[in-house]
Ligand binder design. Structure first.
Ligand code: AMP
Length: 431
């Protein structure tokens, strides 16, 4: 028989990892509640055209795309935003705006597998639809900060940029949109020389080239850098507007009292083509890949046939947050309940053991039952190996008195208690 393995790039989450993953997901859900984002659940499989429309070359080429048995061209979603935008353009079209939507689930990209990069990965995704105001962008940044803080990450930093800065400079000379997008893709991969060469070959002025060259080198860790950006782009109306917009958003974040570490990079670009405004990422020093990424995209809903709807959103990479927490050796505050096993001393008492277990579960206490017919000593040995907290031993003699033996496996001591007091004994009220 062949030994089956997971498909390359796919992973199993064993219980310990699954617990951490769900812990992060739980925190994201709480952030969604705290900021008023309602969950929607969209299909993993979508029309290829929808996902490809504005994805950008990088993501488009890495999609799991195929024909289904009905000859439809479909793909596994590589991101959530197109699905959310599809809904807003169709079913939710007439809903009063703004509205806030949250999704969590798995995404698929045929990326080269490596640490922090998988072909199936998980995101929590927040989209704020229907506002073009800077306070909407500020909210997405603030909620991302809340998530990173509440999961227990340290030393994370935001990186900010604005699509309109580079596009404003390139667009003034009528540079073809496709060349602009290609140049941005290269910049996203930090291939600045190639990007600039592409722009130059498309025939822009020397002044434009000089401005772009200075922009891609301009970065700083405070709002002061934005004044320098403004000076650099003062002759480019659109780029200047974009820079002012970036400044306004970041000032609002500061005004909220939200303290974040940041870098602002004038030459920062992101691979997805649909961005129209501020763009951002979150990074930690322990990793060279972003934990989260997002930005403003004001034209996507229209592109999908909906009403013009300005929007801003972010995707938090749960796998990478998990990895960053591991690299930072973070101690997670995951609520652990006591682990308890119920063991009948003989075959005849199986029914009683099941009955007591059921009673405890109804009282909201998680318990397992011995199901392998092992003798008490063997079952206890196994419970110890698994570092369980308590064993409830169901024996003839005690049952006659409406009692059982509770063994504290950590302290290695035991006592006889009435069945009705098991829960409080274990939860420590009458201990
Ligand atoms: P993007 O839409 O490419 O900006 O991705 C948003 C976030 O999703 C990233 O910041 C990562 O945290 C996560 N992500 C993207 N691609 C992968 C991948 N192949 N494996 C794991 N996480 C990913």
């Amino acid at each position: 028989m062949t030994e089956f393995k997971t498909v390359r790039g796919m992973r199993d989450f064993l219980p310990e990892e699954a617990k951490i993953m769900r812990y992060i997901e739980g925190k994201a859900r709480r952030v969604a509640e705290l900021y008023g984002y309602n969950e929607i659940i969209t299909p993993v499989l979508e029309p290829y055209e929808l996902l490809a429309a504005k994805a950008g070359e990088e993501v488009r080429l890495r999609m799991y795309a195929f024909k289904d048995l009905g000859e439809r061209m479909v793909a596994l979603r590589p991101e959530f935003t197109p699905s959310v935008a599809r809904l807003v353009a169709t079913t939710l079209r007439n809903e009063p705006k703004p509205f806030r939507l949250f999704c969590v689930g798995s995404l698929y990209r045929y990326d080269e597998p490596q640490q922090g990069r998988y072909r199936e990965f998980w995101q929590s995704n927040f989209e704020l639809m229907g506002s073009s105001k800077p306070e909407a962008d500020a909210e997405i940044i603030m909620l991302t900060n809340s998530l990173m803080e509440t999961v227990g990450l340290r030393n994370y930093a935001f990186k900010f940029g604005h699509i309109g800065v580079l596009r404003g400079v390139m667009g003034k000379e009528g540079l073809d949109e496709k060349v602009q997008s290609d140049a941005m893709q290269l910049m996203d991969k930090k291939q600045y020389d190639e990007a600039l060469r592409l722009v130059k070959e498309a025939g822009v002025s020397n002044k434009c080239m000089a401005t772009l060259r200075k922009l891609v080198e301009l970065k700083g860790d405070n709002l002061g850098i934005i004044e320098e950006m403004k000076l650099l782009v003062k002759d480019y109306e659109e780029a200047l507007k974009a820079t002012e917009n970036l400044q306004e958003i970041l000032k609002l974040v500061q005004a909220s009292g939200c303290k974040i570490n940041m870098t602002i990079e004038a030459g920062f670009a992101r691979g997805l083509e649909y961005y129209t405004g501020i763009i951002f990422e979150v990074n930690v020093p322990e990793m060279d890949k972003a934990l989260a990424g997002g930005g403003r995209y004001d034209r996507l809903i229209e592109l999908f046939g909906g009403e013009p709807t300005p929007a801003v959103g972010i995707a938090h990479g749960i796998d990478r947050i998990m990895l960053a927490l591991q690299l930072q050796k973070a101690r997670l505050k995951i609520k652990e309940e006591k682990t308890v096993i119920v063991i009948p001393v003989n075959e005849e008492l199986k029914g009683e053991a099941l009955k007591i277990s059921q009673m405890l579960r109804e009282a909201n206490m998680p318990v397992e039952v011995e199901v392998s017919g092992r003798k008490v000593a063997k079952a206890l040995e196994d419970a110890n190996r698994r570092k369980m907290d308590y064993a409830i031993i169901v024996g003839e003699k005690e049952l006659k008195e409406d009692s059982v033996v509770i063994r504290n496996l950590r302290e290695r001591e035991q006592k006889v208690v009435k069945i009705g007091t098991i829960v409080e004994t274990i939860k420590g009220k009458s201990d």
